[in-house]
Design a protein around this ligand. Sequence first.
Ligand code: UDX
Length: 837
Amino acid sequence: RSKDSFSIDDEDISNSFQAKPKRDTVINKTQNKNQLHLRLEELDFVPACKITTKEAISAIHRAKTQKCKQTISNITCLISADLLYPKELPNYCPNDGFVAGKSLGCFKDEKSFRLLNGHYGNYKNANSPEFCMHLCLQSGFLYAGVQYSSECFCGNEEPSPTSRLPDSSCNMKCPADPHLACGGYYTVNVYQTGIAKFSPQVAETTVSPSVRPARIVFLLTLNGRALRQVRRLIRILYHRDHYFYIHVDVRQDYLFRELLSLETQFPNIRLTRKRFCTIWGGASLLQMLLSSMHELLLSRWEWDFVINLSESDYPVKTGDKLVEFLTANKGKNFVKSHGREVQRFIQKQGLDKTFVECDTHMWRIGDRKLPWGIQIDGGSDWIALSREFVTYAASDEPDELVKGLRIVFNYTLLPAESFFHTVLKNSKFCNSYIDNNLHVTNWKRRLGCKCQYKHIVDWCGCSPNDFLPEDWLRIQNTETRQIFFARKFEPVINQAVVLQLEQWLYNVNFNKDIPNINSYWQSVYHHLDLTPSPDDSLLTVAQSIIRINSKLISDKCRLIPEKILEMTSFHADDIYQKTLILYVANDTGAAQKVTVETNFKYKTTFVLLKSSPFLHRLKSLTVSTEYDPKEQTFRNFAHIMGPYSEPTLVFEFNSSPELAAKSTNITFLWIDPVGRLADVHDVSIDDNYALGHIKPALKQPLLPGAWTVKLIHKQVLAEMKFLIAPLEFFSGNVVTQKQVGFVHSGSEIIKEFDVQWGRFLPNGFDRETLLSKSIADSKRFGADLRDWIDSLVNKFFSIGSSCASDRSTVCTRSFDECGKTNWSSFAPDPKSSLNNL
Ligand code: UDX
């Protein structure tokens, strides 16, 4: 029996479940007992029933909008009245998912065989002799003529030695269990040591020459701003006989707008207009897939398979090989199963809980019973489905099974990881089930299972890591396997591995021939975006940079910046280089509008104040926001922060050369611009390499100005400064005089700290000076505010060169032409170009 042994390197487990969180990690710890009763005065509606389940009450409290509170309340009431979920669903699979006529060969290794034949179901009266009889008959049917032994266990119990049956016995009787009497799960593993006569389906490998090559729809489900990587993906997959149907998360204006132009360029690329807010793990992901599949069925496109891919997938085999494989397997359906005990999978995946999606969150509202009569299955949500099966599963006239499962999976976390598997196993398509998602997934659970989605889902989910060159073997090992895609790839993390993969696929080295092959540009702002809403501090700093820049060149000409069009993060050789600002300016000499791109970068502001062997190990101290513990990097590459940012400190120490050294206790002090201690963190560093991050509990709005982090070990060993920029913009508009008073006055510091830290803070006199300056600064407005911002931006950022798209004016003549400037977003980028396909 498989135990709970998810190893971090187990690439075959491609679903993203993890142990469920303890209740108190989800239900806000500060909630007191009174809050576990619904207070009607916090609701603008009257719940349809008395809500008593703790999880539902907690969810209703935590939901932001009344509409969402009401949705949760309604679903809770429907469930308690037994009106939501189907109690039983039909299983239309003619032979329970196993196919006759194929020999698996002789298996001496019980373990591998057990995984193949793990058989699971929900049965009524599971503790009755009739059930056991039925089971034996079924087993007898499946394994007629072979020796087998079987064991059974009930509910969550481990099998007891007495439940083990002698070979071929049909008198199996489970211990009486009240849980089972009212319905529970029953797992039966049947395994044998002879020659098996029946097996699950395996993929075909040879194509009959008369079969028309398979045509594929790549259903791209996209999020984020990695436009150039998406183009590169389309470029490598592109073939005129295939199709691209693209869903972009409704909150991502930029990607949608930029990809829309492809529709006029290519008849086989279309974006769905029915867009969903597809939060991580949300029910909306399945709704989106079913909606897009349904649209595909109505389209004129002639396709045989749908394969869903995200912005972070990439092929590991050529299109020709994929077509050859799918042509040999027309009508088959590729889904990857968890390969573990079903009951464990159900629990770990939270399938036995109801989740409700609203306010861009999946709220866990309580336990539920899954319907009787069907086999639950699931694993990875990366799938390749045949047209026949999609016609069935995404039909607008679903049968009882599909209709019932759609209801169940509308209230399921990570629904796409189980819905298609379960429909497949219990429908007449069961024999077309192939346990393969065609993907290799770069799981590194130590990094990817940090409960990082708890602000989006009431559960601990895992994510796979981005491939790095050091993970290359995992990709190479797919060569002889029926694996066609790998995930994840993110060029802001690593792009070299994408190139390595392309060169390996086509057996060419085009490194030198393609300009800017190792460069990558990713949008961080576009003026046409309504959603996500623009970051005020980003706009403030960008506006300041171009203002300062125009002053810097004022001895040559007058360039008045007018409007920022775009901002782009520029990376080369997998290192963040600079942030680019593209803007329209008025060249007053020529009375002409020009388009200019100027680059800038933050200055490193960390200094070692002492020299000591311990300090020599300190590699870096950095403060920024959006720290990603999975990829161990800040997503805010530009390090721009404002009063509403949530800064994080990352420290990195090399390992000690003398391994005998003991642990060193160090302290980090967070000091605000007026010299007040805002937070304190103790950390113990041992001999080993250490990479840690600290997110201080700072109350917003943060006081604008220069903040300091001090590293203390008996004395101040190192110090770094970071900028909280005052805001010129608030919610996208120029800040008003009324707003500055509030936004720039900081917050009170409520915490009390040990007096011992006082000696590391500015003295009373200095603090008085800082405070009075800060009070005066907080009132600055208009041109005065801009001067303050510019003086701070000058200290913390360095401004690089500028380029212009047209060099006809006095100012722009001194710039390079953007199209010929290697860092510019106008530089040639053929690897992501879809021209000349
Ligand atoms: C992992 C698993 O690989 C996947 O099977 C499971 O569905 C989620 O967890 P992960 O890397 O964590 O994947 O998720 P990610 O690839 O970021 O997102 C999954 C899909 O949802 C992608 O298609 C992504 O574009 C989409 N998504 C994600 C959105 O549309 N909006 C979001 O806010 C987040």
